[in-house]
Design a protein around this ligand. Structure first.
Ligand code: 5AD
Length: 432
């Protein structure tokens, strides 16, 4: 969704346009559109994706205006952070004060926060993270859609239910027509402005097939396309960028090379990181992160994961709990507790308060029914809705009983809008 309220172009400096949204100024990159000052545009993830007529823009702006300011008010109210005298003596508040004053949290700070156990300390930590989210991101909540186009996989990831090691599942591959129909439904019927196309590492889709699909989508629709096809090599990234995709979703899974190599025999963390760095250089918006609760992982590893994501210039941080799948080598390993996941999200906010969009992942929602509400109230600022055709969704079984596996797109949108309204968040993405 990301209803992307239209903005008015106020200034143009080569590719960078300054856009006004009800008085708020944002910047966006314009690559494809003939623009003049005074034009109205839609932007997503800092990219101009469409020019709209003044008439259409005014209509949407008028419809949104009242709600926009009302939601901002609710959010401001809910994200106030006014620790009382006793709380002011808490070390959490001392760390918050430094971060709030523009200083970097130290590794010791992060260690301290990640180790918190007492309810009162945790509440302060989560509330402080929510304050920082509001301070820098206002009430914007990115709502991307994801389409999972194939579960055929050549990789052997030990945690993953659709890896080539699992012989017990039914495989599927959506045809080009099915993919384009799903994209059309998401964009035209439901108004999504940013979509992730995801696939297992299915060698039956050549890069040229994927390029053809992305190109056709970009010809037909004003939508920001993220690709998520695993490691496709530098040439693959270049070709898909040329085709018009501007985002890459690929987790590095863990920053610990020993854990990485134990869980992906024959593959190296280094090559994955190389690809993420190259994608950023090409101009992709990066969504990445790691799995929380992998066997052998320590708190220090989680902190390193956050630092690695930061070093990779991540736009949206995607940290998910590991959830055991019965038909994988990690079937007997427990998932992490919910609190650890929530602490990780809040910790990302403390580490990169201004820059980070932070996703509440489907994995977290699967672990905890209140994940979205709690995550969004603890520093997170984004959600993803699954717009894969319902008949395929249960087959993309990276772990069992995934949240929203059976929910129609309609139902997911209803639920999301209700929740966002109650929190004072707007499903918008106003750029950078
Ligand atoms: N638990 C949580 N996340 C998983 N993924 C794969 N298997 C699991 C699991 N058991 C995630 C990986 C991968 C993404 C597509 O799915 O992080 O990058």
């Amino acid at each position: 969704m990301c209803y992307a309220i239209p903005g008015k172009v106020e200034a143009i400096n080569q590719k960078i346009v300054t856009v006004d949204y009800y008085g708020e100024k944002k910047k966006a990159i314009n690559e494809f559109h003939e623009l003049s000052v005074g034009d109205y545009i839609y932007a997503q993830g800092g990219y101009v994706i469409a020019k709209v007529s003044p008439h259409q823009a005014q209509e949407v702006l008028t419809a949104w205006q009242e709600l926009f300011f009302k939601l901002q008010e609710i959010d401001e109210e809910k994200s106030r952070f006014l620790p009382d005298k006793k709380a002011r003596e808490n070390k959490v508040v001392a760390i918050f004060d430094r971060v709030n004053n523009g200083h970097q949290a130290t590794r010791d700070d992060l260690r301290y926060l990640l180790a918190l156990k007492k309810r009162a300390d945790l509440e302060l930590f989560f509330k402080a993270a929510n304050f920082l989210r509001q301070k820098y991101h206002k009430n914007a909540c990115c709502v991307h859609g994801i389409i999972e186009i194939s579960n055929y996989c050549t990789r052997n990831c030990y945690y993953c239910g659709i890896s080539c090691l699992n012989k017990n599942i039914k495989r599927y591959r959506m045809s080009k027509k099915e993919i384009l129909d799903s994209v059309e439904e998401a964009v035209v019927k439901y108004g999504f402005k940013a979509l992730v196309l995801q696939s297992a590492e299915d060698k039956d889709y050549s890069i040229d097939d994927l390029v053809d699909i992305v190109k056709t989508i970009k010809e037909r629709h004003a939508v920001l396309v993220f690709v998520s096809f695993g490691e496709i090599g530098k040439r693959g990234l270049e070709k898909l960028f040329e085709a018009g995709s501007r985002g890459l979703l690929m987790r590095f899974e863990t920053s610990n090379p020993k854990i990485y190599e134990a869980l992906h025999p024959g593959y190296s963390l280094e090559s994955r990181i190389e690809e993420l760095k190259y994608a950023y250089k090409l101009g992709y918006l990066i969504i990445t992160g790691g799995l929380i609760g992998l066997p052998g992982q320590t708190d220090e590893d989680i902190i390193n994961d956050i630092y690695l994501a930061k070093d990779l210039n991540t736009d949206m941080y995607s940290f998910s709990p590991f959830i055991p799948h019965p038909d994988t080598p990690l079937a007997k390993n427990p998932p992490p507790d919910e609190e650890k996941v929530l602490k990780t999200l809040a910790l990302v906010r403390f580490t990169v308060p201004k820059e980070a969009k932070i996703l509440v992942t489907t994995g977290f929602e699967t672990l905890s029914p209140s994940a979205r509400k709690e995550g969004l109230a603890s520093g997170a600022s984004s959600v993803m809705l699954n717009v894969t055709p319902l008949k395929y969704r249960p087959l993309y079984s990276i772990y069992p009983a995934r949240a929203h596996e059976k929910d129609s797109i309609d139902a997911q949108i209803q639920e999301t809008i209700e929740l966002l309204k109650s929190l004072g968040r707007a499903p918008t993405d106003l750029g950078i």
